[in-house]
Write a protein that binds this ligand. Structure first.
Ligand SMILES: [Cu+2]
Length: 178
């Protein structure tokens, strides 16, 4: 299963399919199927966190989360380059970066533009339950329930080179949500 699921945005509007996409993503890390949680229910949000992206950072870059909490991330790309906000294990981030490199090679992603037309043509629409890829000045939301038990979840930008340049953020999951 590819980290990039190819479900169309309109299909993802169905709640059942959101859950499906979340499961597919969790399976992306091969046999051990790291559990990183799932797409959250937008009618049961515990907390809203605003995140700014730029070269090469997330602000904030540490997220203290209670296990089971549903967070709505409101993500802005205030930078000049394309940036991504992706929740995943180290292994998932590495796999994702490899696919992103492919997309870059095929011209779907340039330094500062997203070519949705090319992604669509290749069947690689970048619609993942656990990630948002944003062109400069774009904004997006991502609702996630941190119910998983994978010990090494982080947030990273997998535009090739960005994570290595420091574009990653720590997620500390503690306790249990009441
Ligand atoms: Cu980036």
């Amino acid at each position: 299963m590819s980290f990039f699921n190819t479900l169309q945005r309109n299909l993802l509007a169905g709640a059942g399919l959101i859950a499906l996409a979340g499961a597919a993503v969790a399976d992306a890390g091969h046999e051990d199927a790291a559990n990183i949680g799932q797409s959250g229910d937008i009618t049961h949000i515990d907390r809203v966190i605003e995140v700014k992206m730029g070269e090469m950072f997330f602000k904030p870059n540490v997220f203290d989360i209670t296990k089971g909490e549903t967070i709505k991330f409101v993500i802005s790309n205030n930078g000049r380059a394309v940036h991504e906000f992706a929740i995943g294990t180290e292994e998932m981030q590495i796999n994702h970066e490899a696919e992103m490199r492919e997309m870059q090679k095929k011209g779907m992603i340039t330094v500062n533009k997203l070519r949705h037309d090319k992604m669509r043509a290749a069947g690689m629409m970048h619609v993942d339950a656990n990630a948002r890829l944003l062109a400069p000045k774009e904004k997006a939301e991502l609702v996630w329930t941190f119910s998983g038990d994978a010990p090494d979840i982080l947030i990273a930008c997998n535009v090739p080179g960005h994570r290595q340049a420091g574009m990653h953020a720590k997620i500390n999951i503690t306790g249990a949500h009441s």
